[in-house]
Write a protein that binds this ligand. Structure first.
Ligand SMILES: *[C@@H]1O[C@H](CO)[C@@H](O)[C@H](O)[C@H]1NC(C)=O
Ligand SMILES: *[C@@H]1O[C@H](CO)[C@@H](O)[C@H](O)[C@H]1NC(C)=O
Ligand SMILES: *[C@@H]1O[C@H](CO)[C@@H](O)[C@H](O)[C@H]1NC(C)=O
Ligand SMILES: *[C@@H]1O[C@H](CO)[C@@H](O)[C@H](O)[C@H]1NC(C)=O
Ligand SMILES: *[C@@H]1O[C@H](CO)[C@@H](O)[C@H](O)[C@H]1NC(C)=O
Ligand SMILES: *[C@@H]1O[C@H](CO)[C@@H](O)[C@H](O)[C@H]1NC(C)=O
Length: 480
């Protein structure tokens, strides 16, 4: 027999493909368990003002509902509901129904930025045999992370960022050896970084910032060589940065240790972190100089060393485009704004308060002013006028220049529409207050040489006092 005969004629093939297409589009219905579980979830939601679940209707195929993905066999594999952080109505109130345990093929649960989901950790995930991705972020869940979390051995991502989980991180977390991302930031967790974390060799993201963790930064973090993001800011970690961390040099992109109680020198080896784009060591007790090796941090975009006890000399960085820089409140005497700052084509945030800068501001001509949101040059010896600079920063949100020697007529300043914060207190500013200050959230022009009536404002007297002859609410009335 001719083997070609085994192949069906073309028209049969086309016909059956069409039939298959027809069948999948019309008869495909999600599994009844999945549908029941999802509708139970919906009935646990007490408010959904922006209609995130509007398409979840009983008579319809749940695989077509928004946020639901199904496999070809029509079992629900992922549940994804995002709130839009910038839209006040985009939230869900209520609890996460344990009926979601009916979704036995669920692989990923993504309930992010819904703000008002509350209750405890969703224990139903323990009965989901295929669960690998849990992202329950920016909600109001509370209580402890369950002690048996280690049972979820298939987990590749666990993110509970931005909830109110308290207590310690359970020891059993060390069983989650497939984890690539462990993100528990923005909760109320206490205790130390457990020794068991050392077993999580696949971690690329370890994010524990904004909690109440304490103790030292463990030496073993250096053995987690896949790490790209290490975020421990806003806790109460103490001690030195351990030397073993140097092993993370090839791959680490993000090292955030700000707002802790770390001491000692900034280690030289940080200069070998060639991939590093974000380094936050702010608000600690670091002392000594910034290592000269920092000249090699050519990819650093975001550098925050503010609020430490660092001293001169500051290294001459070889970075092409710093995006945000904060060196404020150390013991630097930079004299000039560094050339690698002035030449950055992409900088948007510059904070050099109390950095011993002694320039005339009119002469500072940054290569790019378009992206600037924030400029803080407070508590330096900066003279001259910011008028030219503020005329070129079209999207500026805040300018802080208190405690300098700025001398200019405030009436000649352009107020861009985006401006919200303006602090010129303790300078030599003269002229009258422009009406535009009424539109700002925060103004401080105290202790200058301004004169005349204060435009309508809700700000306190301390924002205006100490001038030559400003008058009217909140200061005493103008003489007529
Ligand atoms: C977790 O695992 C332990 C030991 O393997 C087992 O005894 C326990 O029942 C499991 N708990 C859950 C909720 O699956
Ligand atoms: C974890 O790492 C091991 C060894 O490198 C690798 O075989 C495995 O695929 C990784 N698991 C995940 C989920 O990436
Ligand atoms: C931070 O830790 C220190 C001990 O290292 C302790 O004395 C202090 O009370 C802690 N602070 C907070 C806010 O927990
Ligand atoms: C920068 O790195 C190169 C090559 O790794 C090295 O030779 C040089 O000494 C480093 N520069 C500084 C200032 O550490
Ligand atoms: C502000 O910029 C405009 C247009 O670029 C220019 O005409 C004007 O003279 C500038 N004003 C000041 C005070 O620099
Ligand atoms: C304004 O600045 C002065 C001095 O810098 C300060 O004492 C005062 O509290 C500030 N007021 C406001 C409203 O920011």
């Amino acid at each position: 027999m001719n083997s070609l005969c085994h192949f069906p004629p073309l028209y049969v093939l086309v016909f059956s493909l069409l039939t298959l297409q027809y069948l999948t589009t019309t008869t495909a219905k999600c599994h009844v368990d999945d549908k029941t579980g999802l509708l139970d979830f919906k009935s646990g939601i007490t408010a959904d003002p922006s209609g995130l679940l509007a398409s979840w209707k009983p008579g319809t195929d749940c695989c077509t509902w928004s946020g639901i993905s199904c496999q070809p066999d029509n079992r629900v594999t992922s549940l994804t509901i995002f709130g839009q952080p910038d839209q006040p109505n985009s939230f869900l109130s209520g609890t996460i129904s344990s009926s979601l345990s009916k979704l036995q093929h669920l692989n990923g649960i993504y309930l992010q930025n819904l703000r008002n989901l509350w209750g405890t950790f969703p224990n139903f995930v323990f009965s989901l045999p295929r669960i690998q991705f849990i992202y329950i972020e920016n909600n109001r869940l509370s209580g402890q992370i369950p002690g048996n979390i280690g049972n979820l051995t298939r987990l590749e991502s666990l993110s509970l960022v931005g909830n109110r989980f308290s207590g310690r991180i359970p020891n059993s977390i060390s069983e989650l050896t497939q984890l690539g991302q462990l993100n528990l930031g923005g909760n109320l967790l206490t205790g130390t970084i457990l020794d068991g974390i050392r077993r999580l060799k696949n971690l690329t993201i370890l994010s524990l910032g904004r909690n109440r963790l304490s103790g030292s930064i463990p030496d073993f973090l250096g053995t987690l060589t896949e790490l790209r993001f290490l975020r421990l800011s806003h806790n109460n970690f103490s001690g030195k940065i351990p030397g073993s961390i140097s092993a993370l040099a090839p791959k680490l992109l993000n090292l955030e240790l700000g707002h802790n109680a770390l001491i000692g020198q900034i280690p030289d080896f940080l200069g070998n972190f060639h991939a590093l784009d974000t380094l936050d060591l702010s608000w600690n007790l670091f002392s000594g100089t910034v290592p000269k090796t920092f000249e090699n941090l050519t990819k650093i975009f975001n550098l925050d060393l503010s609020h430490n006890f660092l001293v001169d000399p500051f290294p001459d960085m070889n970075v092409k485009g710093i995006e945000s820089l904060d060196l404020s409140y150390n013991d630097f005497h930079l004299v000039n704004i560094p050339s690698w700052v002035t030449s950055s084509p992409i900088i948007y945030s510059l904070k050099l308060a109390k950095c011993g800068i002694k320039i005339k501001l009119d002469g500072w001509k940054p290569k790019e002013t378009y992206f600037y949101d924030y400029i803080d040059l407070s508590e330096n010896e900066i003279s001259g006028s910011p008028v030219g600079l503020l005329n070129r920063t079209d999207y500026l949100v805040g300018f802080y220049g208190s405690g300098d020697q700025l001398r200019f007529n405030l009436e000649s300043m352009r107020f861009v529409k985006t401006l919200k914060y303006l602090d010129f207190s303790r300078n030599l500013v003269f002229g009258k207050l422009p009406k535009a200050i009424s539109g700002l959230k925060l103004v401080n022009v105290s202790h200058n040489h301004l004169c005349g009536p204060i435009p309508a404002t809700k700000l306190p007297a301390s924002a205006f006092e100490g001038n030559d002859c400003l008058c009217g609410s909140p200061l005493p009335p103008c003489k007529v």
